[in-house]
Design a protein around this ligand. Structure first.
Ligand SMILES: O=C(CO)COP(=O)(O)O
Length: 131
């Protein structure tokens, strides 16, 4: 599966802890991330991560384009609901595309826990059915 990992600044530590805790699961998949999130995940876990631009510089849109091209199977995006983002339209567009294409999306740790166990169990294998 192709997995997108994104976190706003005040959520990055939580995402790093999450990815570190589930490294044995994530290492069986192909990881993509916005710029700074990806850099921090690589530093903390050593996992290979394809990095895009930083979010405010277009990274959310690049991941959105992958979703539109059916190239992302799962999105884990720890958003900061308490801080205004200069690129809020890009954030909304990315979330919208997840809904347009029925891509599983976790926007917080609680949902991410459910999704990661579902991923491990094969719950998302339907994503590969028409390949
Ligand atoms: O802003 C982001 C998502 O909207 C994340 O971008 P960075 O990973 O570059 O901090």
């Amino acid at each position: 599966m192709n997995i997108a990992l994104i976190a706003h600044d005040r959520k990055k530590e939580a995402l790093i802890q999450f990815v570190s805790a589930y490294t044995p699961i994530f290492e069986d998949h192909i990881l993509f991330a916005t710029g700074t999130t990806g850099k921090k995940i690589i530093e903390a876990t050593g996992l290979p991560v394809h990095r895009f631009q930083s979010g405010p510089l277009g990274g959310d849109q690049q991941i959105g384009a992958m979703i539109a091209n059916n190239e992302i199977d799962l999105v884990i995006f720890f958003r900061d609901p308490l801080t205004a983002q200069p690129h809020e339209p890009d954030v909304s567009a990315l979330l919208r595309l997840c809904d347009v294409y029925d891509i599983p999306l976790a926007s917080n740790m609680g949902t991410a826990e459910v999704l990661i166990h579902g991923l491990e169990r094969g719950d998302f294998n339907w994503r590969t059915l028409d390949e």
